[in-house]
Design a protein around this ligand. Structure first.
Ligand code: SF4
Ligand code: SF4
Length: 428
């Protein structure tokens, strides 16, 4: 067993064996929808994991490719009637892949670049300046032709950067409006902090308007989601410990997050650090405090701050790491329904991933673009004025696909819409 590249999955045998091969998950799986191959489906991947553990298959480049095409969207968990927990299976498999499989030079280079920049806001700020200077020119076909294909999504997906967006800073403490209901720690994120500082500012304003004192510790780092979802568990554990320590010091009642992928990872800290006696209990206590911002607002009950009218058709896009991974679907809709004048419009194939999926749209650009095109198109068919969602990756992915297709709707974070409704700022 020691030479078996899949040996670390042995503790998950019971999870794998829960799969009864019924295939209900197949139509829900975006990679299967695109390729039509069993090997790119949840059932096929679980079969490959078991075959690897039993020594019936090796970790060949082809086998790895089928794990790499998994978006980690967890639509299969939602669809599975047998309650198969796919998340720990794919996370452990990805860790095994990174330990036992040697990637090509280009793949290694890209992954190194991503892991050494995305979790570090100060490094990302440096990368933001070329984006600012190039402006929309960075998407010109002439410039893109000069860039190796593998690296083009870094330019096409990157957000529009302005001096204002780069200099947005969330206050370390935002006092509650009126009587204080709770003390909330705000996770400011990495991509969110660098490129969507205005979303963090809006989050602090909305929570404060609803009676929360908001604490955004300036020393906080990355939550580790990027590493956790890409097979870099040790890196994720290091970030997790630091995050727990920071928010313990802040002495908050709950920890709020406005990025679905980060929230889903932080709710898993208890599991991630379960074998570390010094941290297991602290990680579990932290995870139990984590709330997505819409989850927290719904938990606070009916809106306290008056909402201004917004006459708009709004399509809500369920981020996979909010809907599938955290089961949070109703709360965002509930808080949106408190905005007078707003019409929530239904969207077809709402359970299918937009193709963002952490770094998937950077590592698997062809599949991600196709999923982005499909998502932008079904959103367009719903004829919305605005598309709102709860994850910066989804915003960038849908914006990019909508721009390419010439769709006119704007894509916003849900708190930007709530903030506009509370402050009366024009949003259309
Ligand atoms: S739906 Fe669940 S039990 Fe059925 S094949 Fe998929 S993972 Fe296995
Ligand atoms: S996580 Fe998403 S892409 Fe991966 S197997 Fe499940 S449904 Fe398919």
């Amino acid at each position: 067993m020691a030479d078996n590249a899949f040996a670390s999955l042995a503790s998950l045998t019971a999870l794998m064996d829960k799969c009864v091969h019924c295939g209900f998950c197949l139509p829900a799986c975006p990679s299967y929808l695109l390729t039509g191959k069993e090997t790119d489906s949840p059932r096929g991947r679980i079969y490959a994991m078991r075959a690897g553990l039993d020594g019936r298959t090796d970790m060949t480049p082809t086998v790895v490719e089928h794990f790499d095409t998994c978006l980690g969207c967890m639509a299969c968990e939602t669809a599975c009637p047998s309650g198969v927990k796919y998340a720990p299976l794919i996370e452990q498999t990805r860790a095994a892949v990174e330990t036992h499989h040697r990637r090509t030079g280009g793949e290694r280079w890209l992954r190194r670049l991503l892991f050494n920049t995305l979790p570090y806001p100060s490094r990302m700020s440096l990368l933001a300046w070329p984006l600012l200077l190039l402006g929309p020119l960075r998407r010109s076909p002439a410039l893109l032709r000069l860039i190796p294909e593998r690296f083009r999504p870094l330019l096409t997906l990157a957000p529009d950067v302005t001096i204002a967006s780069l200099s947005a800073r969330t206050p370390e403490r935002t006092p509650a409006t009126g009587e204080r209901r709770m003390r909330v720690g705000l996770v400011t994120g990495c991509v969110q902090r660098t490129f969507f500082g205005s979303v963090n500012e809006a989050t602090a304003r909305v929570l404060a308007a609803e009676g929360c004192e908001v604490i955004a510790p300036p020393t906080q780092g990355c939550c580790g989601a990027l590493g956790l979802h890409a097979g870099e568990a040790d890196r994720a554990r290091t970030f997790a410990r630091s995050m727990i320590e920071t928010f313990e010091r802040a002495q908050v009642d709950v920890v709020a997050i406005n990025a679905a992928g980060c929230g889903s990872a932080m709710k898993e800290y208890g599991h991630l650090l379960r074998d570390d006696p010094a941290w297991a209990a602290r990680a579990d206590a932290f995870s139990r405090k984590v709330r997505d911002v819409s989850e927290l607002l719904a938990q606070l009950g009916p809106a306290r701050a008056p909402r201004h009218r917004i006459e708009a058709r709004v399509a809500y896009h369920d981020a996979c790491h909010l809907g599938h991974a955290q089961g949070i679907r109703q709360q965002p809709r509930t808080v949106l329904s408190e905005i007078p004048g707003l019409t929530l419009v239904p969207v077809a194939d709402a359970d299918i991933c937009c193709g963002s999926a952490g770094i998937f749209n950077l590592t698997q650009p062809a599949m991600a673009s196709e999923l982005g095109r499909r998502k932008a198109s079904v959103l367009f068919d719903a004829t919305p004025d605005l598309v709102v969602t709860s994850n910066p990756g989804c915003i960038l992915q849908i914006q990019s696909a909508a721009r390419e297709a010439g769709h006119p709707y704007r894509v916003l974070h849900i708190v930007e819409l709530l903030d506009a409704s509370i402050t009366g700022r024009a949003i259309l």
